[in-house]
Design a protein around this ligand. Structure first.
Ligand code: DX5
Ligand code: ZN
Length: 239
């Protein structure tokens, strides 16, 4: 399956959830991933934070490599200057690598490097190349990059802090990026990440994103992963 095929299959499955793993019981990572699969989830989202681009330090490429399941590995890099570091995540078997436009001196170059990369498990597959954009960043950074990317992920919170509320300007920003994507003539995935809860999943689902990242709504410490995942999925529109 080429990168275009992977993107097409994700678009065909839209909208879908990508589940943030960091609030899971990481001492039982394999079991938690198996629970997500049993719940019908297709993607696992890993938040990589370096303590420089954002205040928190989380996990790196070895944690991504340790994920063994049928779920697509969706890696969200919140790290300073990702150019030299994306290859570690490619080697770790990432299917999708998304970095912050604010974090790279030359985001176009990072996208080119990702474009030349082959999937660690299957050289015929490419990596889905994503750009993440924080709430305070103007969206006019995107048009010059649209030829080289597969995925635009808008953050609805600022990177690195838990427990933030979904930013109310996000709906308008998603609609704007949807227009930019339509104008590009390319099939680019649109995603939203942060602050998606059981309370607002219906509202967020209606904002038109293809991929909705949700972490603590599913891994909420109660162990009710199946129930939480079913609840969140039921909140998505059928397209
Ligand atoms: C924030 C991260 C998000 C966040 C999602 O920096 O990118 O992925 O952890 O978690 P919830 O869904 O709990 O806001
Ligand atoms: Zn994330």
């Amino acid at each position: 399956m080429s990168r275009d095929d992977t993107r097409a299959s994700l678009l065909a499955g839209s909208p879908q959830l990508s589940v943030g793993i960091l609030t899971a019981d990481l001492g039982h990572l394999a079991d938690e991933l198996a629970r997500l699969e049993a719940a019908g989830m297709t993607m696992v989202h890993t938040d990589v934070m370096d303590g420089v681009f954002c205040p928190m330090l989380t996990v790196g490429a070895p944690f991504v490599a340790a994920q063994r399941s049928g779920l697509l590995k969706d890696v969200h890099l919140m790290i300073d200057e990702p150019l030299e570091k994306v290859s570690m995540f490619v080697k770790a078997g990432a299917d999708m690598i998304t970095f912050h436009v604010e974090s790279a001196k030359n985001p176009h170059r990072v996208l080119q490097v990702l474009g030349d990369a082959q999937h660690a498990d299957d050289p015929s597959r490419g990596i889905i190349r994503g750009i993440a954009v924080s709430p305070g960043t103007p969206l006019d950074v995107l048009p010059p990059l649209l030829d080289e990317l597969d995925y635009v992920m808008l953050l609805a919170i600022n990177p690195g802090w838990g427990g933030q509320a979904f930013h109310p300007g996000t709906a308008a920003r998603l609609a704007h990026v949807r227009e930019l994507i339509a104008g590009s003539g390319r099939d680019i995935l649109l995603g939203v990440d942060g602050g998606v809860t059981k309370k607002n999943i219906g509202e967020v689902g209606a904002m038109g994103a293809d991929i909705i990242v949700t972490g603590s709504a599913i891994f909420d410490g109660s162990g009710a992963v199946l129930e939480n995942a079913a609840f969140m999925r039921a909140g998505l529109p059928t397209r």
